[in-house]
Design a protein around this ligand. Structure first.
Ligand SMILES: CC(=O)SCCNC(=O)CCNC(=O)[C@H](O)C(C)(C)COP(=O)(O)OP(=O)(O)OC[C@H]1O[C@@H](n2cnc3c(N)ncnc32)[C@H](O)[C@@H]1OP(=O)(O)O
Ligand SMILES: O=C([O-])CC(=O)C(=O)O
Length: 379
């Protein structure tokens, strides 16, 4: 037993994993050995899920079967959609709505039972159902909140294109569908980040994958984690509405003690490799739309933070302007992150459960020594 305090579990090794390799000094990320930029350019989200969940890249026919099985699970029971309707009417935060709806999905899972949480095949099926249905929930929430009815999923579209279709009711153009698919690929897994750890803690008690993903959604929601992508876009809007340049705005924000969302990372000392990929796409989309200001503000802030503060952007920095350029509402950015990261949550749950050990760290006690109890009437 050691009494060394590792606040925030910084640098503590808690498990072994064959999923994400991260070199924080070099700025390298690989899923099962494949560099993230190679996957971003060449693999679809479904291919990436198969890689993470099954252990290797699928063949063409394996991928076709994988896609078909995923697509067949997209529909969400009307009982859950009614709850989403109620949550939208109450203007519930979209991540909180997603957390509630995903938790509720277990009641409609045909294989759900309270036994066999150690059955990997069953966990895989449930993980697939959750992953397939999350976009349907997010799109339904967004439409109901905006006063329109949900659009039923289509099985003939890819995961990414189907989500954009359910969001707008129109099949997206191929360029947008490809960019969105790439965004799902690059957000899918990232070692023992806070939300993945939350999922692992939950299932380490021999709880089920629905509980694990529900814990993880609640964890991703926070501003220090997935919630940062929305804050980045709100910051860019603040810059735009101010009479300052982006650099002046950022300098003043830092001087007033604010943190700049989308910067800094527990593991990377250099620019997040995913931010490089997303920044190029943000620029390309801005150029195509003839509106580069969001990308330009972002670049200016990045240069300022690099030269004067020495902190680099993380994955949440350029996804913000990229989604904005795609016309996606800001409060849906973090739910989109969850729609992708669920792939990593499920993969880590499957891997951790192969050699499960209850996760239970300790706190150093700093409270009072033993005290004598005074009955309530004598206090
Ligand atoms: C998908 C993701 O989860 S990526 C992360 C998304 N979160 C954000 O973008 C929110 C903004 N970033 C942050 O708050 C942090 O960088 C975190 C939480 C991501 C990482 O934090 P930690 O590893 O705990 O680093 P820590 O908070 O100790 O920061 C180290 C130093 O950098 C500074 N710093 C870190 N991030 C920022 C930032 N975004 N803006 C300004 N200063 C920052 C801190 O003030 C601290 O300085 P100090 O040592 O002088 O006090
Ligand atoms: O790894 C982390 O701590 C945060 C992060 O970048 C991610 O979850 O993608």
């Amino acid at each position: 037993m050691t009494d060394e305090l590792a606040k925030g579990l910084e640098d503590v090794l808690v498990t072994e994993s064959s999923l994400s390799f991260i070199d924080g000094e070099a700025g390298t990320l690989r899923y099962r050995g494949y560099p993230i930029d190679v996957l971003a350019r060449n693999a679809s989200f479904e291919e990436t899920l198969a890689l993470l969940w099954e252990g290797s890249l699928p063949t063409e026919s394996e991928l076709a079967t994988f896609r078909e099985r995923m697509a067949a699970e997209r529909s969400v029971d009307p009982g859950v959609i009614e709850t989403v309707r109620e949550l939208a009417a109450r203007e519930e935060n979209p991540m909180a709505a997603l957390r509630t709806a995903v938790s509720m999905l277990s009641a409609y899972d045909p294989e759900n039972g309270d036994s066999a949480t150690d059955d990997a095949e069953l966990t895989r099926h449930m993980g697939r159902r959750i992953t397939a249905k999350m976009p349907t929930i997010v799109a339904a929430y967004k439409r109901l909140r905006d006063g329109s009815e949900p659009v039923e999923p289509r099985e003939d579209l890819d995961h990414a294109a189907n989500f954009l279709y359910m969001l707008d009711g129109e099949v997206p153009d191929q360029t947008l569908a490809d960019v969105f698919d790439m965004a799902l690929v690059v957000h899918a897994d990232h070692g023992i980040n806070a939300s993945t750890f939350a999922a692992m803690v939950t299932v380490s008690t021999e709880s089920d994958v629905y509980s694990g993903v529900t814990s993880a959604i609640g964890t991703l929601k926070g501003d220090l984690h997935g919630g940062a992508n929305q804050n980045v876009m709100r910051m860019l809007q603040e810059v735009d509405e101010s009479d300052r340049s982006a650099v002046e705005w950022a300098r003043e924000a830092l001087e007033s003690g604010r943190r700049i969302p989308g910067f800094g990372h527990r593991v990377y000392d250099v620019k997040d490799p995913r931010a490089k990929i997303l920044s190029a796409k943000s620029k390309a989309l801005g150029n195509a739309a003839g509106e580069l200001k969001w990308y330009s503000y972002s670049r200016a802030i990045e240069e300022f933070m690099d030269k004067e503060v020495g902190i680099a952007p993380n994955v949440d920095f350029y996804s913000a302007s990229m989604y904005y350029e795609m016309g996606i509402p800001i409060d849906i950015y973090t739910p989109i992150f969850a729609m992708s990261r669920v792939g990593g949550w499920v993969a880590n749950v499957l891997e951790y459960r192969e050699d499960n050990r209850l996760i239970r760290p300790r706190a150093r006690y700093v409270g009072p020594d033993e005290q004598s109890f005074t009955r309530i009437d004598d206090r």
